[in-house]
Design a protein around this ligand. Structure first.
Ligand SMILES: [Zn+2]
Ligand SMILES: [Zn+2]
Length: 339
């Protein structure tokens, strides 16, 4: 079977490999769609430590073709989405119900072979059955959406809240839709890129948009709220400058969700005085503890649109072209690989 093997920095090739085998507690999935995540791009650039040879790809969906002996809840033919995160169940964090913070976290497509391949073996507990009306393409966005749900859960968005989302990529646009159905009275989406993305954000439910390359987003948010600032700010870019802006545009007592993944060594400048004096609540949001089912239900309900977030699809043979599309600076949203 064919798979894209990551051998090391800037070295990935599509090769013929032996078919993976499902262990007793695992299932073999024929991959239908797998999204390229920012993490995959970082791994290929050598900015995120992954030891090759390894098959990447962790935002995936497919059809079950084989089940291990001990598998009880799934059968051949089932359509599933993959939750890539595998926790140990033994460390301090797993034992206090915070398994997403597991010290021995493993993940399909990051520490074990993933879904940029025709087949992938996955533990039973990491698979979620898809309702009939959810396509494989839409289901490839279940994992990113489940991470967004965790973030908004932490910040406890209330009906009527004003929310600012920094970022108009797939993650920013999922947040824009999510906070809208949670009852935000006004959603403002910001990007430093282009008008096209902002027009798209408005189509998906943003009430207002700001082009950060043309105007200062902090003063714009403050000006449009009589100087008060936003109840909730979601930082979905990972750009340290945007993180500083996010903290500055929250109201006194406001909540800031740091969702974007910044470079490990990046620093921001922030006034501790402001955090104390404004009683700011700053939440880091990492992974997707027990939010996959809700993500899939929301996609199935049609209340969160994921199909519209897919800008490109590539066959497995053209996976390098898919990565090039991301780096070339062309306008893209979610890019799917379809083995
Ligand atoms: Zn991802
Ligand atoms: Zn653990």
């Amino acid at each position: 079977l064919k798979a894209a093997i990551f051998h090391g920095k800037e070295n990935m090739k599509v090769e013929e490999v032996e078919s993976p085998k499902a262990k007793h507690n695992e299932v073999l999935v024929e991959v239908e769609a797998c999204g390229i995540c920012g993490t995959d791009v970082h791994i290929l650039k050598g900015e995120y430590p992954v030891n090759g040879p390894l098959i990447l790809g962790h935002e995936a969906s497919g059809r079950i073709v084989e089940v291990g002996k001990e598998v009880e809840t799934l059968k051949v033919g089932d359509s599933v989405a993959i939750d890539p995160n595998i926790f140990c169940g033994k460390c301090y964090f797993c034992r206090i119900g915070e398994a997403h913070l597991c010290r021995n976290l493993k993940a399909v497509g990051v520490t074990r072979n993933g879904a940029f391949a025709e087949y992938v073996a996955v533990p039973e507990e990491n698979l979620y059955k898809l309702p009939k009306n959810v396509s494989y393409e839409e289901a490839a966005l279940a994992e990113p959406l489940s991470c967004c749900i965790h973030g908004v859960d932490l910040a406890q968005i209330k009906s009527g809240d004003t929310v600012v989302v920094l970022g108009a990529g797939p993650i920013g646009l999922l947040h824009t839709q999510l906070v809208r159905i949670l009852g935000a009275s006004k959603v403002t989406t910001i990007t430093g890129h282009n008008e096209e993305k902002l027009a798209f954000a408005r189509k998906l439910g943003a009430d207002d948009t700001i082009n950060a390359s043309l105007e200062d987003p902090v003063s714009k948010v403050r000006a449009s709220s009589s100087g008060i600032g936003a109840d909730v700010v979601v930082e979905a870019t990972g750009n340290p400058v945007a993180v500083e802006q996010a903290i500055k545009m929250a109201r006194r007592g406001g909540r800031v969700i740091i969702f974007g993944c910044a470079p490990e060594k990046a620093k921001i400048e922030v006034s501790p005085y402001i955090i104390n004096d404004s009683e700011l609540m700053i939440f880091g949001a990492f992974n997707n503890p027990y939010t996959m089912s809700r993500a899939i239900r929301l996609i199935g309900s049609g209340k969160i649109k994921t199909k519209h977030l897919i800008s490109h699809e590539f066959g497995l043979d053209n996976i390098l072209k898919a990565f090039e599309t991301i780096r070339s600076g062309t306008l893209y949203l979610k890019i799917l690989v379809k083995p």
